[in-house]
Design a protein around this ligand. Structure first.
Ligand SMILES: Nc1nc2c(ncn2[C@@H]2O[C@H](COP(=O)(O)OP(=O)(O)OP(=O)(O)O)[C@@H](O)[C@H]2O)c(=O)[nH]1
Ligand SMILES: [Mg+2]
Length: 397
């Protein structure tokens, strides 16, 4: 099986609390504050890994939780940062947020994005000592962590992708054109999962071509196998529309597929198509293609059985899919910027939360109601502890 979708739940680590501690030395009854800062919570990252083929690694496990920051301790010891989690996904993976919004597009090897950011550690009480406040009996609570549910969708990145009815000879063509060896058989729906092949021109230019399961009428509405895989055509620069020309009415069969591409949307109805008239060995002479259409950038009669027309098609592919230009750096090379979309930065908090020796203190615009409860729960408030908000002191229930 080929897994091109996965739903995962990720949680970053909460920041460690600041330490609340006073120096203890022999013969010194009460030393100054020495609580260190809490460690940062770990992030959850997605990283594009060119060695992965699909998202099957998320079949077994779908929940990921990064490490929390350790609390700060006495003698100004900084708490350790929480462990970050790196989730590896194939190149071409897109991440969608809870409302279906695109969060990130990992469209090249080593692209990385932070899905959930760990909380900052709280400051220890050593940081709050001033000449007038020599014994601060409070320390900052670590920030809560982000948590998000993400849908991962793999959309193959290929220069050209095959489109066509079952049995047209798409897999046979990929075998002829590239190094890939997809299964070929004389029944429809032989290909059940997309296959990528690479072809190389004599001067070393590489192209990737995707073989995608056959499409049938209604594919755009979910009929047959093709629909699930139409997404893999979305990012191809060129469609190789393969037609078995030994059968009747080549034009009608072209239109059936073309119509499904248009109904699917996502720009497939505007994508240039190279029409491949396959199986010419079964005809006395190559047929003419009856349609004129500005999206058709070429018509190629071929036989995957004999190899006729294949070299011409290969040459045309290199012409039709020019290599993407290398990025040019005028000045010092910039650091690569892979991230396309960023998750919203966490809203600036309107308050600060401190731990005191009797409970907690909130300074600034305190949250209310359920939000307050959630914040206090995350901070680890226990029944009976004091929560000081402005001039008010509550007993936590
Ligand atoms: N005579 C002849 N037969 C061909 C040619 N190309 C493919 N075939 C045969 O057509 C049948 C289907 O070929 P496939 O390459 O599996 O077709 P496909 O489009 O990948 O089919 P699906 O994966 O089912 O969508 C096989 O029996 C092939 O041997 C050709 O040029 N001439
Ligand atoms: Mg096939």
């Amino acid at each position: 099986m080929f897994y091109d979708r996965a739903r995962i739940e990720v949680q970053a680590g909460r920041g460690g609390d600041g330490g609340l501690s006073f120096r203890r030395e022999k013969h010194v009854p009460k030393g100054g504050p020495d609580g260190g800062d809490g460690g940062r919570g770990g992030d959850v990252l997605l990283i594009a890994d060119a060695s992965l083929r699909d998202l099957s690694s998320f079949r077994a496990k779908t929940r990921f939780k990064a490490g929390r920051g350790e609390p700060g301790r006495g003698t100004r010891k900084h708490g350790a940062d929480g462990a970050t989690i790196e989730l590896r996904v194939p190149v071409g993976t897109q991440a969608y947020g809870p409302d279906g919004e695109l969060i990130a597009d990992l469209d090249r090897p080593a692209a990385r994005v932070v899905l959930a950011r760990g909380g900052q550690g709280g400051r220890g009480n050593a940081r709050f000592a001033t000449p007038v406040r020599q014994t601060p009996r409070f320390a900052e609570v670590g920030e809560p962590a982000e948590q998000v549910e993400v849908e991962l969708r793999l959309k193959l990145l290929a220069d050209a992708a095959m489109a066509g009815l079952p049995n047209a000879g798409k897999s046979s063509l990929l075998r002829r054109l590239s190094n890939a060896k997809p299964k070929v058989a004389d029944y429809p729906f032989t290909t059940l999962a997309p296959v990528l092949g690479t072809l190389e021109s004599p001067d070393g230019v590489q192209l990737t071509v995707a073989d995608v399961p056959g499409l049938i009428e209604g594919a755009s509405e979910g009929i047959g196998l093709g629909h699930e895989f139409l997404a893999h055509l979305e990012r191809a620069r060129l469609l190789l529309h393969v037609i078995d020309c030994s059968e009747e009415d080549v034009g009608a069969r072209f239109r059936t597929i073309d119509n499904e591409l248009a109904l699917y949307g996502a720009g497939l109805d505007e994508r240039p198509q190279a029409v491949v008239l396959n199986k010419i060995d079964l005809l006395p002479e190559p047929p003419a293609f009856p349609l004129e259409n500005e999206r058709i950038v070429g018509v190629f009669p071929v036989s995957c059985a004999t190899g006729a027309g294949i070299d011409e098609l290969k040459l045309a592919l290199f012409r039709l899919c020019p290599a993407a230009p290398e990025p040019v750096f005028d000045e010092a090379p910039e650091l690569p910027e892979f991230l396309v979309y960023r998750p919203q930065p966490p809203a600036r908090r309107t308050y600060r939360l401190y731990r005191t020796d009797r409970g907690f203190r909130i300074v600034g615009e305190a949250p209310q109601g359920e939000e307050l409860e959630a914040v206090m729960r995350a901070a680890g408030a226990r029944k009976g502890q004091e929560v000081e908000i402005g001039d008010e002191v509550l007993e936590w229930q």
